[in-house]
Design a protein around this ligand. Sequence first.
Ligand code: ADP
Ligand code: MG
Length: 685
Amino acid sequence: MELKDIKGVGEKIESYLNKLGIYVPSDLLYNFPRDYEEFKSPKMILDLKVGAVETIKVKIVGNANVHRKGKLSITNISVTDGRNKMRASWFNIPYIANYLKSDKVIVLRGKISLSGGRLSIVQPKIYEVEKYNEIENTLSPIYQLTKGIKNESIKNFVRIVLDSKEEILKDYLPREYREKRNLAEYDFSIEHIHFPKDVNDMTVARKRLIYDELFIFSLGMFMFKEKSEKGEIDFLKNGSSKYIEKVLKNLGFELTKGQKDAVCEMVKDMKEGKIMNRLLEGDVGSGKTIVAFLVALYVVENGGQVAIMAPTEVLANQHYENLKKIVETNSLNVSVRLLTASKKAQERKSIIKDLENGSANILIGTHAIFGKDVKFKNLALVVTDEQHRFGVMQRKSLEEKAKAVNVLSMSATPIPRTLAMLLYADMQISRICEKPKNRIPIKNYVITEEKRNKAYELILREVSKGRQVYIICAAIDGESEETGSFANFKNVTDYAKEMKKIFKNRFVIESLTGRMKPKEKEEIMNRFKNGEISILVSTTVVEVGVDCKNATVIMVEDAGRFGLATLHQLRGRVGRGEYESYAIFVDTTNTENSRKRLQVIQNSNDGFFIAEEDLKLRGAGDFFGVKQSGAMEFNIADMYRDIDILKMAAEDAKKYINKEITFDYEHNKVLKCKLDEYIKNSYTI
Ligand code: ADP
Ligand code: MG
């Protein structure tokens, strides 16, 4: 079966599906809903929440009133639930007035707004009472959308693929084993994640699919661990560390204790000839880069080559400049080269030649440094910065470049210890817990919407002084005419327009989202870094490692929507230079839970503490409230919320590797299939 075989999919729709990452019919099944529309029982008017999508059962009072406002036609009626009255409004469907007869009882579902002191339900869907009774308490999936494709269409396509029965893999978990873990069957789960009967049904399906994702993930990790621990790098044994000593002398600052410990741990590993596979965790600004540079210099001094991989050209450039400065200041005999996708073919050739003959010692770049044509004479250390976990496949491609190699991954996402031990069971972990002493602490403000203007005043003051500002929104555009939860969030596109109006085009205001092409993103980030943009309105894609010392304000809209670790990371974009800096979190939810969580952020600047608190405050079953980004992206699992399932999955994966549990031939075959697919997909270089 191909996408084109699905009724309703033509060339155009296929290209839209591709945009959503859907290329074959089974992709539709794994494209899980990002939320559900829940047809809850109607509420009383008194209980409605402004800004939320709500359902009411009401009687129409009097006749509809249709009037025009420019090109817009507006239809208003008054409705009552027997106790209170409110207004219902529709735009540009004047004929609806014929249907809205006085005294008729109907169910309305739409967004509640409050304007001029009047409560309204805006552009609500209308249901006959009996029709609504039928769907009451059911869930309907809401998918990620892109322009040109409707939620209803995706729903239909998924239904068709499900009904064809062709695309669902068999279950790899034997029944007795599944029952022991209280997990639903695979095909049941795939169907019911899309079309659950009720919330309970959805929860059961989710649990199984979360388990799957984490089990396969853990399996991949343990399999690789076994493999990578073999081997030895003998020329790094008992090496000399003169370069490190020299650089430390001329650094101009003293390393913090965490930095010193990290360098010692890594050098010790190498001096003993062990293969190192280490995660260096440290808050934004804790100074991880210099640690990596020192370790790299140890490797070079003792005859090895080093590759340092950054996720973007901006970051690669930044590292290149910094390391070159260190090498020059200390007159070290080290050749540092920069390789990015934008290098000309000829220069690329010369770099590759020098790597092959060993005259280039350290290569810094983006993923281009792992191109097939890039060969090293003696690669002994790979550093990845701000990177998601190095996939199984990336490591495989590394093995082709060197028999044995040390790996250092750096991450600015502090995660709780219990979690780190599960997610990075294949690595040793070093942590930098303190920040350099010379930092001015960031001023934090958690505000409600009424205070937004005050925040804009602060922003105006800062940009007028020549400083720069980030504004973060949860959504990209007003994409969803749907009633999904995103509809209520501020979005980058509209916000940027709004800001241009508010600041009367006096400053350069740009936007940045994950949906832009990598090239466009780089360009915007570069311009921001060069000070050409005053206000950047962005989703969370704004890069983790970029060091823009002139940025002094970050304002996060709908802050309650984000995980605490994400908020903390975002805050790390500012306060990197000599200026006083501000982080503003707009709490739009006004719930107790959200207030509590934001209080943690307001009162602490310690990433590890915040991560531990986040784990405590995260409620199991809180599926759509808060999404963590940055550390590790799963399709359906959330490492904080699902830590119990992760424990279970990791335990099972370990037992499977150790052959303490075994599956029969058929089940193993399906599992192998899943695992191959996982490994293939983790290939991102
Ligand atoms: P991150 O851990 O976020 O990658 P960086 O390595 O970019 O942090 O360091 C941030 C800044 O702090 C850099 O300008 C770096 O030179 C500086 N720095 C690093 N370590 C120290 C230290 N021990 N004392 C003072 N400044 C430091
Ligand atoms: Mg960094």
